[in-house]
Design a binder for this molecule. Sequence first.
Ligand code: SF4
Ligand code: SF4
Length: 249
Amino acid sequence: MSEEISAKKIMDFLKPRMNARFKTWLNICAHCALCADTCHFYLANDRDPKMIPAYKVTFLKDILRKKGKVDREYLQKVYDTVYHECNLCRRCALFCPFGIDIALMIGLLRSLLFSLGIAPEGLKAAIENYRATGNQMAVSEEDWVDTLEWCEEETADELVGLKIPIDKKGAKIMYTVNAREPKFYPQDIMEVAKIFHVAGEDWTLPSKEGWDDTNLAMFCGDMETARKVVENTFKRADELGVQQVAVTE
Ligand code: SF4
Ligand code: SF4
């Protein structure tokens, strides 16, 4: 028998988040299917009706109608849809005559699942890393700074005078990277340093958390961690007094 999930927990999560916009969207959908052809999952799956954007959010309506009384087997179906049949591109919203934003509702379902501990393992691990270190790859501050210094040494051999400025107050641009770069692709940082050097730009990288411009927590609907990731970047930009933040992701 499929494991029961606390209906109260589900409704406690959904109720405060079911704002007027979500309620209206669920009620006014005319099931006209005009959004169907806008979805690449629908087109790539022989026009399977289950891939029509409006159909994918019937789970939300269903869960509300059942007052949260669903089991784990049911939630697995929700998981398969919200992670494997929609990538939150929001294209369907542009074509819906009512402007119904399916992706926002799919995002709400992802948030609900995350609150119940259901999410792709890779994303869950990345979230733990963000919480512990501020970046998705769990690169320590020491390793990050070491990598930048090493990148500067290596690149300066090729371009004399090249610097990778760390924590330069009042620089014009604060540059941020994907945390996979210091971990696996430091050559990307070196290439960018060359461009900044040749362009004569006034730039810097922060030594503390806020330099990772990915936000995988957002894809899980973990808005608390997602907000913290963005806040870190704003905090560093404020501290350094830069004019712009360059986001490469
Ligand atoms: S979401 Fe919009 S386009 Fe899609 S079926 Fe509903 S009303 Fe039609
Ligand atoms: S937001 Fe999701 S349902 Fe809408 S077009 Fe994109 S992938 Fe399809």
